[in-house]
Design a protein around this ligand. Structure first.
Ligand code: ZN
Length: 761
């Protein structure tokens, strides 16, 4: 509801204040001084200012020098503060404003984006990763530099005759200005935002081809230095196939040409419309960088054609472009290749995205300092993939094409995508968007237990599922997830079940009376579990990728099926008066061995107590490195209806990282724990000054004071971690629920952990 209100307000403000619309840019770079890294330019902007006369027009332009400004054909007044150019006059309807300027163009503050000089090359990269706003059209021409103002372009770039200028569009002509200089005129008839305008000047030759598109023959032009020309066919050998894949699933390519231009830049590529700036080093004759150009090409549907309305919704550009890498891999190399990529992305997102990006954020509201971060690209791709599996291919790709037609040459928000997909599919997607896009974190679904009863030879299956969330507290009322039912004779069937609410029950009839039920083994839903399965056929170590688990059969009658789940939440176990003092708050495993019979396996799970700066789940949260690893134990339960108990295990490794191994492992849940308070040097209910809480009891805010930096954790009495933060010396907090809570302090540099009870009334 809040979201809707926000959008209405936004449209309202646009109407009032932003009626100025750039229609067309004529950009002239009349001279480029490579020695002093200067450009001498004029840009004429054709604007629609609306029917009401206005007295000032503003453009974005970064740190260049203004020589003069003409409104229509007469000089007009302006002021310029190195970022905004304000032009005074009386403007109504359509006006042409010409700005004469020169200077040394700037780069993004972090170095990625802006206008570059490098040896014989001068070129722009239209996005600045660290600048806010990110749009960098303003680094080389005055413009309305945002994601929504779209205009057409003509470029007139003058170079010495040993160089060419390559711009986004079609080369109209090249004219000798004199014996030593030549002017290159490029025309782009398609409306684009200023960050997608482009120029690259250098000693280029061109590799040309054409491809038969759905609607027409599309020219392909790849501009490279002569030394790279022979490598183009090797590197781009699948370009046409990838183009056909995107046309098939996203709809016809609407642009005048497919274009790449090699640039001496190693930080990545930039999807300038029809003129993708592409690292010369990546044109190396082989396929190593294929997914890079596939990604940039796919932006000609997502980003360049339908553009995100705001930087906060950049997943519409970048999440879909990364998803396009998965899609082309699947269609070109097969599903296994694509699934591998999906699993690796999920592992990266769960382990690192919140570390790299500094927190868990909703995909539709990403802070601008991480617009181009892991959450937007990788989680964005996984959520697109999850939506695909949620709807099925036919509806998903139909809706994708429908959306791209609806928002072609325009802008879209998250709500626009949701509504467009709803219109096409006739499926209400509010639960999906709330769950995966409008709230931070990742859902965790689990089958806690299942039951099979038989009535007249018909199997009735009851599944008890639970839902938690990693990196947030939202719980969805509805989702749909694939499960596999395994029968006694190794027969298997997959079906989709509804999950929802914190604890959920479904019952259904099925031909298979399952002895084991797996949830989402193909990782079709981006939930907070990394899993993997394998058929073990030899007495050797089998690592299940990304799960931290190695399974080693010690006796095999035949092959053995194993399915491993690594859960990225704690096991939420009641611990009060329990012999296990403390259980891992942030992860555990489920090992499925449906046909174990007489086979025997060892289970080896790695621990890592590294200080959790860059990676999760770190076992630092269970047992800080300052305390001895001797306290770490392996615990087991058959399922979540049974209590945890310590299993026999051996420990290998060092104080920070190593393995706990149990022999003759059974199917069930495994977790790390601390068995006895004494073993872990936990100072229970400590009376010293190490952990002060006041007021205590409290009915409002309370303050926690500690003498050194460390983690504060607050647990409910059923063992749920309800608060955790790394603090320096103090924090003020408030718990809305009433009751008794356990406050734990884990100093970064001490050998003890301290805890106290907190009473809230
Ligand atoms: Zn991209």
């Amino acid at each position: 509801m809040k979201k809707n209100f926000f959008v209405l307000f936004f449209l309202f403000t646009i109407k009032l204040f932003s009626q100025i619309d750039a229609l067309h840019y004529n950009i002239y770079i009349d001279s480029i001084d490579f020695d002093d890294q200067l450009i001498f330019c004029k840009t004429t902007i054709t604007l629609d200012v609306g029917i009401n006369e206005i007295s000032e027009i503003s453009f974005d332009l970064l740190s260049l020098e203004i020589d003069s400004v003409k409104c229509e054909n007469t000089l007009c007044l302006y002021n310029y503060n190195d970022s905004t150019l304000n032009i005074s006059g009386l403007f109504v309807d359509t006006v042409d404003i010409t700005i004469f300027y020169h200077g040394h163009p700037t780069l993004d503050i972090g170095g990625w984006g802006g206008f570059y000089f490098s040896g014989d090359y001068a070129f722009n990269m239209g996005i600045g990763i660290d600048n806010i706003p990110h749009n960098m059209g303003r680094s080389w021409f005055p413009c309305i530099d945002n994601f929504t103002d779209k205009a057409t372009y003509d470029y007139y770039i003058t170079t010495e005759i040993s160089k060419k200028a390559v711009c986004g569009g079609i080369l109209i002509d090249s004219t000798f200005i004199n014996l030593s200089t030549i002017q290159w005129h490029w025309h782009n008839p398609h409306p684009i935002p200023a960050y997608l305008a482009s120029v690259s000047v250098g000693p280029y030759v061109v590799w040309k081809d054409t491809v038969q598109g759905i609607n027409n023959i599309v020219p392909i032009e790849i501009y490279v230095p002569n030394s790279s020309l022979a490598k183009v066919p090797g590197s781009f050998q699948n370009l046409k196939s990838i183009f056909h894949i995107f046309e098939k699933y996203y709809g016809p390519y609407k642009w005048s040409r497919i274009g790449f231009v090699g640039v001496p830049f190693s930080g990545g590529a930039m999807e300038h419309a029809m003129n993708i700036a592409y690292p010369i080093a990546c044109i190396n004759g082989n396929l190593a960088y294929e997914s890079l150009y596939a990604h940039e090409l796919s932006h000609h549907w997502f980003g360049n054609l339908a553009t995100c309305e705001s930087a906060e919704e950049m997943w519409i550009n970048e999440g879909w472009a990364r998803f396009s890498e998965i899609l082309y891999k699947e269609k070109l190399y097969g599903k296994e290749e694509a699934n591998l990529l999906i699993k690796n992305l999920l592992s990266d997102v769960l382990k690192k995205a919140h570390k790299v990006d500094g927190g868990f954020y909703p995909l539709c509201d990403i802070p601008q300092n991480i617009t181009y971060g892991t959450t937007v690209y990788d989680k964005g791709a996984l959520i697109v993939n999850t939506l695909r599996n949620y709807l099925g291919d036919s509806l998903f790709f139909g809706a994708t094409k429908y959306f791209l037609e609806q928002f072609a040459w325009s802008n879209a928000s998250c709500i626009d995508i949701q509504e467009s997909f709803e219109q096409y599919t006739n499926i209400v997607l509010n639960d999906f968007f709330q769950n995966y896009l409008y709230h931070s974190g990742t859902p965790h679904y689990r089958i806690d237990s299942f039951n099979v009863s038989h009535n007249n030879e018909i199997n009735f299956i009851q599944l008890y599922t639970s839902q938690h969330r990693y990196g947030g507290d939202y719980l969805t009322e509805h989702d749909s997830i694939e499960v596999w039912l395994w029968g006694a004779n190794k027969e298997m069937d997959s079906l989709k079940i509804n999950t929802g609410l914190q604890n959920y029950f479904i019952g259904f009839h099925h031909a298979i009376a399952p002895i084991d039920v797996w949830i989402d083994p193909k990782q079709k839903t981006a939930d907070a579990i990394i899993n993997g399965y394998a058929f073990l056929k030899s007495i050797s170590n089998h690592s299940i990728p990304n799960t931290n688990v190695i399974i080693t059969p010690t006796y095999l009658e035949d092959s053995l099926l194993v399915f491993v789940e690594h859960h990225f939440i704690g096991p939420h176990q009641i611990l009060k008066n329990h012999p296990i003092h403390r259980i891992s708050p942030n992860h555990y495993w489920t090992i499925h061995l449906p046909y174990l019979d007489n086979n025997k396996v060892n289970l080896k799970i790695s621990y890592n107590r590294s200080y959790p700066i860059n990676i999760d789940p770190s076992d630092f949260y269970l047992l800080p490195t300052a305390a001895s690893v001797d306290s770490l134990v392996l615990v087991y339960r058959k399922n979540s209806t049974e209590p945890w108990q310590i299993v026999n295990f051996t420990k290998t490794g060092n104080q920070v990282a190593g393995y706990l191994t149990t022999v003759n492992a059974k199917a069930g849940d495994y977790a790390f724990a601390i068995s006895e308070p004494g073993q872990s040097n936990i100072n229970d209910f400590d009376n010293t000054n190490y952990l002060q809480i006041y007021p205590n009891p409290t009915n409002d805010e309370f303050k926690i004071i500690v003498p050194t930096s460390g983690f504060i954790q607050i647990y409910s009495m059923i063992g749920d971690l309800i608060f955790e933060e790394l603090i320096e010396t103090e924090i003020t907090y408030k718990i809305l629920d009433k009751g008794t809570f356990l406050v734990r302090f884990i100093p970064c540099n001490n050998t003890k952990t301290f805890q106290k009870l907190l009473f809230v009334y």
